[in-house]
Design a protein around this ligand. Structure first.
Ligand code: ADP
Ligand code: ZN
Length: 731
């Protein structure tokens, strides 16, 4: 039952402009609540959504009718509620939040047939680089679906190259209807026969869906224990019930395998929503989500803001993953917003992870979330054997990072034709470049950060802002020639050591910056899977879900790297990352478990001990207890305030002024820490100051912050202020 406003009725339209809510008149034929519309605003036409009754108090004679309806389904009342509450929760202006929900290209354009390019014939007799680039882009996307100009743009060539390929008969241009429904997924197709614990977990999730209400379930089990298989059964039940399902994945560009599994299970591919899909596919998915013409969507975090007509299930896979937190424009956690949305929609949430976040752990322990455990790897061994290599007892050579013990283990694997993975979470060649003459360390001009040498690109790169410059031969401070030295290892330097010590081995570096495209990375991963490498040297990109069957040894080069951080999640993150990396080591021939070796200077550190002991429950209980003792989340609530300005004095004095007015925070029992320069005090030539608010768990934090900021003096020009509720980053 959607509310309908008859022609001439006074309606409130939430626009995507800073003015927000404005009154208009319903057009001829009336308009439904939630309907996206185009409305006049001064001389312009702006996008908005019918938000409710008009507010009144404005001269009715001056009201204008909205210009026209967008040709789409209205947003559901649950969606409107979600937008409002997500804005309230994250303290985001409502129009900015609405823009997230209306992020379909050309939304205000009517659907029409459009020209699309398909692969038709053999490659052209005359192949050029430009032509090859076009064909590569097409192949990457299943061979079809692009407008000619879009295809040319993605391939980085002129439209004439595409036309040339059409003339040559390699490609063909046809007219396709815009916004076609997605093929139906068939939940009646048989799934894999499930093991008893899988089957019990699947039945519990199905029961939750049939119940029709909201609940969140932590689905826990090591990588390979069959979590995906289980939640696909929940998806099947959701589809049977005629509702829609959403699966969020952290690394969507690499999720080709998941799409294949969906196709194998349900006979068709799901809708996809992430940065790698075409504009027209994005638009189509947005519309079909609203019409209920797509059953399952697989996407990155922003898929959560699609206008589903009737969402019954949200799966957040690898729920602990840092990529679910967005830290630009709107600061939000997709995991937490999934729970909010589901509670509004009467939907089920499944949080899947081998190493859940402490927040989720505590919620499961307190009974707020249900918990299901898959104990063993499906048809496979448990976790690998894990041992520490005490670097204090190893004969380490200057400028080398692989200990004799680790080297011997690698040599053994090489002899058996098995793969080894050397993990170092540092991109580039060396984290610091210093002058042996004057001691100067080369830093970024715009940021408080050292430049990282990327020898492969022959440049120094700032990992904060991305600025880069050629590696100088002379010290920029003292001018001495030939005195610059690389300090410390990055994966590129480790690769050099591997090449020197294992000259006969085939080594591959997996680091996000070394691959120009997701496709190149995918190809490398496929080649490693097929046995095309003996030693893999990788950053955290290797931790995410790739299965290399011949991999039996994981060596963590610097297990201490994440332990020092002052960040409240340092221990948790180290634990998750090392557990995940270690989990890459599969069984060895002869059924021995794989081996993970952690190089460390502090084998007695509680986190290292927890990783080695394999007692995760004890680790989470201890983490939760130390958070409770320190009064940190989830036993209290935090909010970060980040201010920045090109001039240090301006941002500091404004922050001081704000801090003086913090009475509304004190009223709810919240404490204000700071202002203080951010740990990375300058980024992109802007000075950054942070404040941190800590409030009791049940305190009305957001309204208090809103009241506080409402008393703020007018901000100086060019000052930026961001509020980060439940911050993950404190930099
Ligand atoms: P997870 O999501 O926990 O990492 P998956 O669901 O991906 O685990 O399962 C790991 C592997 O085991 C996959 O290749 C999957 O197809 C297979 N698998 C899981 N459960 C079954 C089952 N019941 N029957 C056959 N194969 C299974
Ligand atoms: Zn920089």
């Amino acid at each position: 039952m959607t509310t309908h406003f008859p022609q001439g009725a006074r309606i409130g339209v939430l626009t995507t402009e800073p003015v927000g809510l404005l009154d208009y008149l319903a057009p001829q034929g009336g308009v439904a609540l939630g309907q996206p519309v185009v409305a006049p605003l001064g001389p312009r036409r702006v996008l908005g959504v019918v938000w409710g009754k008009g507010q009144g108090g404005f001269d009715a004679a001056k009201l204008r009718p909205i210009a026209r309806l967008v040709e789409s389904a209205p947003l559901s009342p649950a969606m409107l509620d979600f937008i409002q509450r997500a804005a309230d929760y994250t303290l985001t202006p409502l129009p900015v939040m609405l823009r997230m929900a209306l992020r379909a290209p050309d939304l205000d354009q009517p659907p029409a047939a459009r020209r699309v390019i398909h692969r038709a014939g053999p490659p052209p007799a005359r192949m050029t680089d430009a032509r090859a680039a076009v064909l590569r882009v097409l192949d990457d996307h299943g061979g079809a679906g692009f407008a000619p100009s879009e295809l040319a743009q993605l391939a980085g060539v002129g439209v004439s190259v595409v036309k040339g390929l059409v003339a040559a008969g390699t490609l063909v241009e046809t007219m396709a209807p815009k916004d076609a429904p997605f093929p139906r997924l068939d939940p009646a197709l048989p799934g894999k026969p499930l093991a008893p614990d899988q089957s019990a977990a699947a039945e519990t999730l199905r029961g939750g869906l049939r119940g029709g209400g909201y609940a969140t379930t932590l689905l826990r089990g090591v990588t390979g224990s069959g979590k995906t298989e289980v939640y696909l059964e929940a998806v099947a039940e959701c589809l049977r019930l005629g509702r829609q399902a959403l699966v969020l994945l952290p690394e969507i560009a690499l999720s080709a395998e998941f799409l294949d599994r969906v196709e194998a299970r349900f006979g068709a591919r799901p809708g996809e929503w992430h940065s790698g899909i075409t504009r027209s596919e994005r638009r189509r998915l947005w519309h079909m989500a609203g019409r209920g013409e797509v059953g399952l969507v697989v996407g990155a975090r922003s898929a959560l803001f699609l206008p589903f007509r009737d969402l019954g299930l949200i799966v957040v896979d690898e729920e602990h993953d840092g990529s679910y937190k967005q830290d630009e424009t709107v600061h939000y956690s997709a995991r937490d917003m999934a729970v909010l949305r589901a509670s509004i929609e009467g939907a089920q949430v499944v949080l899947a992870s081998a190493t859940p976040s402490v927040e989720t752990w505590v919620n499961a322990a307190s009974g707020k979330y249900h918990r299901l455990d898959l104990r063993a790897r499906y048809g496979e061994a448990e976790l690998p054997d894990m041992r520490a290599i005490d670097l204090r007892r190893e004969q380490m050579t200057q400028g080398q990072w692989i200990s004799p013990t680790l080297a011997a283990a690698v040599t053994e694997r090489l002899g058996r034709g098995e793969q080894s993975l050397l993990f170092l979470n540092r991109r580039g060649y060396a984290p610091v470049t210093t002058c042996r003459g004057c001691g100067h360390q080369i830093g970024c001009e715009d940021c408080d950060a050292r430049m990282v040498e990327h020898r492969f690109q022959r440049r120094l790169v700032c990992h904060q802002c991305g600025a880069s410059r050629p590696i100088p031969t002379a010290c920029p401070a003292c001018g001495a020639e030939g005195k610059l030295a690389a300090i410390g290892p990055g994966v590129e330097r480790l690769a050099e050591e591997v090449a020197a010590r294992f000259p006969e081995a085939r080594a591959v570096v997996l680091s996000s910056d070394l691959y120009g495209s997701a496709r190149a990375l995918k190809e490398t991963i496929a080649s490693i899977t097929a046995g095309g490498a003996d030693i893999i040297i990788g950053t955290q990109i290797v931790a995410k879900g790739h299965n290399f069957p011949a991999l039996t040894l994981v060596g963590v080069i610097d297990a201490d790297l994440g332990l020092q951080g002052a960040d409240l999640r340092a221990a948790e993150r180290s634990f998750q990352l090392m557990r995940q990396v270690a989990g890459r080591a599969g069984r060895q021939a002869g059924d021995r478990p794989g081996l993970a070796l952690l190089q460390t200077h502090q084998p007695e550190h509680p986190v290292i001990r927890a990783i080695l002991s394999g007692d995760d429950e004890a680790f989470w209980d201890a983490e939760a207890e130390s958070r409770r003792a320190a009064g940190m989340p989830p036993f209290s609530r935090l909010a970060g305030i980040i201010l920045s300005h090109p001039e240090q004095a301006v941002v500091e004095s404004y922050a001081q002024e704000l801090a003086r007015r913090a009475a509304p925070l004190a009223e709810i029992g919240a404490e204000l820490f700071g202002p203080a320069p951010a740990p990375i005090a300058r980024v992109r030539a802007r000075f950054r100051v942070r404040m941190l608010i800590r409030a009791p768990r049940q305190a009305p934090l957001q309204p208090a912050i809103a009241r506080w900021l409402a008393t703020a003096p007018k901000a100086p020009a060019n000052l930026r202020l961001a509020v980060d509720i439940d911050p993950q980053s404190f930099l």
